[in-house]
Ligand binder design. Structure first.
Ligand SMILES: O=C(O)CCC(=O)C(=O)O
Length: 271
């Protein structure tokens, strides 16, 4: 038995490349996180600027609290060990009855990380159902090499390059990751995954947190950053990020922008 997951659950993750559902936040905690996010969105006219949807744990306390949440970290520790860096966080929000979708992809393709010991905790802040366009994964595909992708930059694709897998996906094998608010899934950085549009009357909001152990290196970018969220940084490969003390604090926003721009240079590089 690990901190939160059983041996069988960890074995399932290692064999299949994903595991769910995991009770991460209680229903009230999930509702509080959603309200905090939506209060900030309201300040920007209903939607956060794209830049603020990346690494929101640097600028908003609700997101900082979630990347440090003990239950999320307990499950992550069971998979990657006790020393944990948060390398990225992203808000994937689809409005009710909108056409936004996420094409089939492997996360690792553009991230420049030298190891596949990278796990995403995808936390549902609203109902994530087949109708609302929950995430879908193709079991076992994390054992494949990185397959060719093509960039589409399609308008309704929520990925930064609209990247999509350019080989047969095996979609008929896909599993729907249905989650109620507060629950989460874990997925491996190489698993094939994506999601359809939201046909429901509510928003579909996922908060994806990418965690790595400190021995994983950035092998493409000259500089990169991450936040130490549990244990020790045993290798010092990343600039360690500082936590926000207040929401959308101007100094912290400038700091976030520097680190985000550094990261975007890695993600958007020509391949
Ligand atoms: O939110 C989704 O449907 C997909 C998220 C995703 O691609 C990811 O977390 O890597």
């Amino acid at each position: 038995m690990g901190k939160l997951l059983s041996e069988a659950q960890v074995a399932f993750y290692r064999a299949q490349g994903y595991f769910f559902p995991i009770d991460a936040l209680g229903p009230e905690e999930a509702a509080r996180a959603r309200s905090a996010l939506e209060a900030h969105e309201a300040r920007f006219g209903g939607e956060l600027p794209k830049a603020l949807r990346h690494k929101p744990h640097l600028t908003m306390r609700w997101a900082d609290e979630l990347v440090h949440h003990p239950r999320i970290l307990d499950a992550v520790e069971d998979v990657i060990g006790p020393n944990i860096l948060c390398w990225e966080s992203v808000i994937f929000a689809k409005g009710p009855k909108t056409r936004d979708y996420i094409s089939w992809h492997q996360d690792i393709t553009y991230w420049g990380l030298g190891s596949d010991e990278v796990v995403t905790a995808w936390v549902a802040l609203s109902p994530s159902t087949v109708e609302s366009g929950c995430m879908r994964v193709v079991p076992g595909t994390h054992t494949r090499e990185v397959v060719p992708h093509r960039d589409t930059f399609a308008k309704e694709n929520l990925l930064s390059r609209g990247q999509e897998i350019a080989v047969e996906v095996g979609e008929e094998q896909a599993v729907d990751i249905v989650l109620r608010p507060g629950r989460m899934s874990l997925h491996h950085v190489k698993i094939f995954h994506g999601s359809f549009e939201n046909r429901s009357d509510d928003r579909r909001i996922g908060f994806a947190i990418r965690y790595i152990p400190p021995h994983v290196r950035q092998v493409v970018g000259a500089a990169d950053s991450a936040m130490l969220v549990r244990g020790r940084d045993t290798h010092g490969y990343f600039e360690l990020e500082r936590r926000p003390r207040a929401d959308l604090d101007p100094d912290q926003l400038a700091y976030h922008e520097r680190l985000r721009a550094q990261r975007m240079a890695i993600l958007m590089r020509p391949i």
